[in-house]
Design a binder for this molecule. Structure first.
Ligand SMILES: [Fe+2]
Ligand SMILES: [Fe+2]
Length: 363
């Protein structure tokens, strides 16, 4: 019965939900009986989130709606405001980015270059998000650097520099790179890059459970980052299958890094987010150099290579998208991770997450 009531409220639009006398727990229980898409509509609505965040205002929100405005509410688009208001000055939503889960494409037709359908997740996918970029946007991404000032930033910065130099020396990274070397580097680094988001999301989830307090919205952004990095890995896996030694190195690296990051994040979340911010700076530099090598004709096997299908579907690339288009999209993802983690490294752990679910935010 509650599920039915919730469906009715959804059908009438979010203003109706806002004005409903039902309590938030009751809506939660009802939403559990809904389909995935219906549930997503409930939990991604900022109005519903506002109800949960501000229980003191519940009586005011529960005022009966004006009958004359009901038809207008049923046809009005859902509120697209952020989950919580962004308070960090440097958090700006790029004009080409917008959530589009309420207006998904009818099929897997490419949406590259169509700002109206950029970002967010689609009803035809179980993925947490599908970053979709315009051509102009990905071409404009540049490797940037945030000078470390505070102690936790210096810990993150010098930690990354130390690891990068050791990794470069161990893998023979240098001026002579070919397609095979680039792919080995991408594959290994992506197996590492997918760890921090999942670990920090898991630790914040556990903290929320044991303290019985809200997380304030960070978990979804961290899990989106982890999934995004894993999609980088799975896309490059379509181009090269690693051997047993490579897989053993991944196993050893994960055993070390997972435990290291768990302990480090427990001790100093800010240092860990700064670490990931600087790690993503290096990732953006690496993909920028790979794109430059491609443009300079140093990677002839990739010049006319079509991007793997899994990548074309994930980033909603055109059917004839090339390896260059793929690298541009991956670089844009890394730049977004950089911005997100540098921002998190300056926020108190109990501060609201300024990033909207399913969207990409860049400076
Ligand atoms: Fe990545
Ligand atoms: Fe990344």
């Amino acid at each position: 019965m509650l599920a039915s009531a919730c469906r009715t409220l959804l059908a009438r639009g979010l203003p109706a939900v806002k004005a409903s006398p039902l309590t938030a727990p009751a809506l939660c229980a009802a939403a559990q009986r809904l389909t995935y898409q219906e549930t997503s509509r409930v939990f991604t609505s900022s109005t519903f989130a506002a109800q949960l965040a501000e229980p003191a205002k519940a009586p005011e929100l529960a005022k009966a709606p004006e009958p004359a405005k009901a038809p207008e509410a049923s046809s009005a688009p859902l509120d697209e405001k952020p989950f919580v208001e962004a308070d960090a000055e440097n958090v700006v939503m790029h004009p080409s980015m917008a959530r589009s889960e309420m207006h998904p494409p009818a099929d897997d037709q490419p949406t590259l270059g169509n700002p109206a359908s950029a970002g967010g997740k689609f009803a035809d996918s179980y993925m947490l998000m599908h970053p979709v970029y315009t051509k102009e946007y990905v071409e404009g991404v540049r490797a940037t650097h945030k000078p470390p000032v505070k102690i936790h930033e210096k810990v993150g910065y010098y930690g990354v520099q130390l690891l990068r130099r050791a990794f470069d020396a161990a893998t023979g990274y240098g001026s002579e790179m070919n397609e095979r070397k680039w792919l080995a580097r991408f594959l290994y680094l992506e197996t590492v890059a997918g760890v921090p988001g999942m670990v920090s999301g898991m630790l914040r989830h556990l903290r929320s459970l044991r303290t019985m307090q809200r997380d304030n919205g960070w978990i979804h952004t961290l899990l989106e980052e982890a999934e995004n990095e894993r999609m980088h890995l799975l896309t490059f896996m379509q181009l090269r299958q690693p051997g047993i030694l490579f897989r053993a190195a991944v196993l050893g690296g994960q055993a070390f890094f997972f435990n290291f990051y768990c302990i480090a994040y427990t001790l100093s979340p800010k240092s860990c987010h700064a670490f990931v911010g600087y790690l993503e700076e290096e990732a953006t530099k690496t993909y920028t150099r790979a794109i430059q090598d491609l443009d300079d004709g140093k990677l002839p096997q990739w010049t006319h290579l079509t991007a793997p299908d899994i990548g074309k579907k994930y980033w909603r690339l055109a059917p004839d998208a090339t390896m260059r288009d793929l690298l541009l999209a991956v670089r844009a993802d890394e730049a977004c991770h950089m911005h997100v983690n540098h921002t998190f490294s300056h926020l108190d752990k109990d501060a609201p997450n300024p990033f909207q679910p399913g969207s990409v935010h860049v400076p």
